[in-house]
Ligand binder design. Structure first.
Ligand code: UN1
Length: 496
């Protein structure tokens, strides 16, 4: 008997007003149905927004250190339930258990960081230009925050948004990706168990084009945070621009690893495999381009192919597995389409480029790790985000050329340099046009307490994580107190 799940709206687990549901299936075995989840409509969003406003009225007045205590308990509950959540996440999303444990850990780190921020949330007091007058700023919550999250980090990314939003005193409306509703359900259960007042969080399941859209277009949702495709981000951006909403976008990447001729190639090899094929290439930070110096190109590419060839594909719950399935049929179709595009452009499939022949895997969305050789700058497989286990290799003659190739894409999330030359490292740190650069480490693996985000079409200037995200979820209020007892005019009555 398949379990039917509900939304969490107005302090209760409730069925959608539409009466409609969708199935959530295991991407490694599509006969395994995890549950049925609400296919909600705009009416559900309207109820959620009305409730969130009530939640906001009280939560925004709860002292920030106390809000932090609730998030600390959330972190502790995540610690207690880490294994259970990781297993549920692997079953619905596909990535291997070590990775889903890491995903929960990122949520724990984000919770414990948020807890400490409750006792900081700094404002500033600065000197006034006038005598007997003080000038200061403090931070105010904003309202009901609409959070729209992707499938690839089913727990971590919602927590990146939700915990700082809550710490700052906002209420949250949570619309998780259709592929990972179970992890979202578990996260909301934990928030409630930790003592979050019920109307402060609303979970509305359903499609982005219906539920996400209703949230973005609702006049009483002043703030939206979205992680997902650049195409959807542009649509959301247009609406938020028109409606004067605060918006944080975290979108695509075409991240490169630069391997110079003095690099430690064994170290670079481990990095390339993890960066390109970890999470089956489904990270916005995934290494999807390998830019290699011509002096080590042939040798290094051979090393990568030999090892990538042997990566074990399978269900993420099996501890032998190194690479899980793609998330769904559309994702695999997209990868297959890009392999066709690459071939037509003159790239060579060095390994992979097909579904695994293994009968055991034919009921999942598996695709073999693929390396494309002979890729030239400007080809579509060099420019466009594929979001799968596909690595495009580009040969270059110098660090300058490598940096140029890296920068000549519309995205700018993450980049990596392998070299033993300290001058090269600092050149790369300075000139690579990305929000994050790794030196002697792959393009994935950002830590929760540092700002995360990219330049150019990867984002819109905001950062998640670390200290910066707290600015996004709060509004700065400035106060001047004049205790001189007379009118003092700024810029005018300023004698020495
Ligand atoms: C993403 O790919 O959407 O840095 C986020 C990393 C992870 C987060 C990735 N900590 O790879």
């Amino acid at each position: 008997m398949t379990e039917t799940f509900k939304n969490f709206i107005a302090g209760d687990w409730v069925a959608p007003t539409t009466g409609a549901y969708f199935e959530n299936r295991n991407p490694a075995d599509w006969d395994d149905v995890i549950g049925c989840f609400p296919r909600s409509g705009p009416e559900d969003v309207a109820l959620a927004v009305a409730s969130a406003q009530r939640g906001f009225a009280t939560w925004s007045r709860t002292p920030a250190p106390i809000r932090g205590e609730v998030l600390h308990r959330v972190g502790d509950l995540l610690v207690q339930r880490k294994e259970e959540i990781a297993r549920a996440m692997t079953r619905e999303m596909g990535k291997v258990l070590a990775e889903t444990r890491g995903d929960v850990q990122e949520g724990i780190d984000t919770a414990h960081y948020a807890h400490t921020e409750g006792r900081r949330l700094f404002g500033r007091t600065v000197p006034s230009e006038l005598r007997n007058k003080w000038a200061m700023s403090f931070r105010r919550p904003i309202g009901a925050a609409g959070l729209i999250t992707p499938f690839n980090f089913p727990l971590a990314i919602p927590t990146w948004k939700m915990f700082p939003a809550l710490l700052c005193g906002n209420a949250v409306l949570f619309k998780p990706a259709e592929d990972v509703p179970l992890t979202a359900h578990l996260l909301v259960e934990i928030l409630l168990a930790a003592g979050l007042p019920p109307e402060v969080v609303q979970l509305v399941h359903g499609e982005g084009s219906v539920v996400g859209r209703a949230m973005v277009e609702h006049p009483e949702v002043p703030l939206i945070s979205f992680t997902g495709s650049t195409e959807t981000g542009s649509i959301i951006g247009t609406t938020c621009g028109r409606m004067h909403k605060r918006l944080s976008l975290e979108m695509g990447g075409k991240n490169a690893m630069l391997v110079m001729d003095d690099a430690d190639l064994d170290l670079a090899l481990d990095g390339a495999l993890w960066g390109a094929f970890g999470t089956t290439g489904q990270r916005c930070t995934a290494t999807s381009r390998l830019i290699v110096h011509e002096r080590v190109h042939d040798r290094f590419v051979q090393m990568v192919c030999d090892r990538a060839q042997r990566l074990r594909l399978g269900p993420g719950l099996d501890d032998q597995t190194e690479v899980g399935p793609l998330i769904n049929e559309d994702a695999r179709t997209k990868v297959e389409r890009y392999i066709g595009v690459g071939r037509a452009e003159g790239a060579r499939v060095l390994i992979g480029g097909e579904r695994p022949p293994d009968k055991r895997l034919e009921r999942g969305w598996f695709y073999r790790p693929t390396v494309l050789g002979g890729v030239r700058p400007g080809m579509r497989v060099e420019q466009e985000e594929i979001f799968g286990p596909v690595l495009s290799v580009i040969k270059v003659g110098s660090l300058d050329e490598a940096i140029r190739v890296n920068n000549d894409v519309k995205y700018g999330l993450s980049s990596s340099l392998y070299s033993r030359d300290v001058n090269a490292a600092f050149r790369a740190m300075t000139d690579l046009d990305t929000g994050i650069t790794y030196v002697n480490a792959p393009t994935i693996g950002a830590e929760a307490h540092l700002p995360f985000g990219g330049v150019k079409q990867t984002g819109n200037g905001h950062r998640e994580g670390g200290w910066e995200v707290y600015d996004f979820y709060s509004e700065t209020k400035v106060v001047y107190v004049d205790f001189s007892g007379k009118l003092q005019r700024a810029q005018i009555d300023t004698e020495v």
